[in-house]
Design a protein around this ligand. Structure first.
Ligand code: UT7
Length: 331
């Protein structure tokens, strides 16, 4: 049965830092090539922060742009949910730092950790409070400074990620027909060992030894994650469409998590989605983890590809493993 939430996305904004790291730059840093990166991942360049810029700064900037665009005062925000795996620090929560930066004095909030599915999980959680009628305006933010946890001497991971943030405003849906029509999320903890950052938490608190062993960086079994991502992106999106009596043809836009162009193409083929209905921006940003989906929505709007009444499918697979998918009637 569909899990409808009586809430809608009423605005979208994003932020990527101005500094660009190209494949040519990476060729000078590790044993890689533009040709390998482009053919294996679809990435041409990514944006990276300068030192001193953290997840809260990017998330707050995306939120400031959103509030300005919507003409909403910070004091009108009731709730801030931040998806991130690269919080400024373990505590306080990035949501508290952003609340303070924005001056959103009435809002409460918290962080949520679900890696690349984080934004979709946060969107679901934030929307539930609005759909229940207890909150009127929720900010849902995905922000990750992936370069803060990447080993720039490891060619297998350093070419994949970039930094970026996106923010959406959630408000009550005005009719049954608009907003979040359905969602499906699941986790498979047996996949945790395939993509993780072992150091810095309570299991391996930071020591000289954890740093020497590079435990504070992303560790990934790329091919295992790849296989899982292709399989689950296809299964979950087909299932969500089927249970709503829809096919790929009914969709106006698909905004998938941007981890690898080959994963996106496999899902595209399986669902029979034409290029015109598929959002791809991995070429310019790489994998920004919690940032990819709001940045995809922002770019789709800027390109005039997203209109009121459109049926939109959002989907992601990430570390955990986590899987997320949401079906939205754009309002
Ligand atoms: O968003 C979170 C979820 N993450 C993902 O969805 C990532 C999923 N995985 C992937 O996207 C892909 O597995 C990767 C892009 C990470 C790797 O692509 P692959 O086609 O699976 O390559 P591979 O790991 O099997 O490596 C193939 C070869 C290896 O060399 P040998 O052993 O065949 O000689 C690697 O050492 O490519 C080599 N290689 C590189 N060569 C040049 C790995 N990284 C690089 C590189 N440049 N940057």
């Amino acid at each position: 049965m569909a899990r409808r939430i009586a809430a809608k996305i009423s605005g979208v904004a994003g932020y990527v830092p101005p500094r660009v790291l190209t494949n040519a730059d990476l060729e000078k840093m590790v044993d890689t090539s533009d040709e390998w990166i482009v053919t294996r991942t679809g990435i041409h360049e990514r944006h990276i922060v300068d030192s001193g810029v953290a997840a809260s700064h990017m998330g707050a900037e995306a939120a400031r742009r959103l509030l300005a665009q919507k003409g909403v005062a910070p004091e009108e925000i009731d709730l801030i949910v931040v998806a991130t795996v690269t919080p400024d620090m373990l505590f306080p929560a990035t949501a508290c730092l952003i609340q303070n930066e924005l001056g959103a004095k009435r809002a409460w909030g918290f962080d949520l950790s679900a890696a690349c599915s984080g934004f979709l999980y946060a969107l679901t959680v934030g929307s539930q409070f609005v759909g229940a009628g207890t909150h009127r305006k929720a900010l849902v933010i995905g922000s990750d400074v992936m370069t803060s946890i990447i080993d720039f001497s490891d060619r297998a991971t350093c070419v994949l990620f970039g930094d970026g943030a996106g923010a959406v405003l959630i408000e009550p849906a005005e009719s049954e027909a608009e907003g979040i029509l359905d969602f499906h999320h699941d986790i498979d903890g047996s996949g945790g060992c395939n993509l993780f950052m072992p150091g810095g938490g309570s299991l391996h608190p930071p020591t000289h030894e954890t740093v020497d062993k590079k435990m504070h960086y992303v560790h990934q079994d790329g091919p295992q994650v790849f296989k899982y991502a292709v399989r689950r992106m296809c299964e979950v999106s087909s299932m969500l469409l089927e249970r709503n009596g829809l096919t790929g043809e009914d969709l106006a836009l698909v905004v998938p998590h941007q981890a690898n162009l080959r994963i996106i193409r496999a899902m595209q083929e399986r669902l029979g989605i034409p290029d015109s209905k598929l959002m791809i921006n991995i070429d310019r940003y790489g994998n920004t983890t919690a940032g990819t989906i709001p940045l995809g929505l922002r770019d789709a709007i800027q390109q005039g590809r997203l209109h009121r009444g459109d049926l939109v499918l959002l989907m992601a697979v990430g570390a955990g493993f986590t899987t997320g998918s949401i079906l939205v009637r754009w309002a």
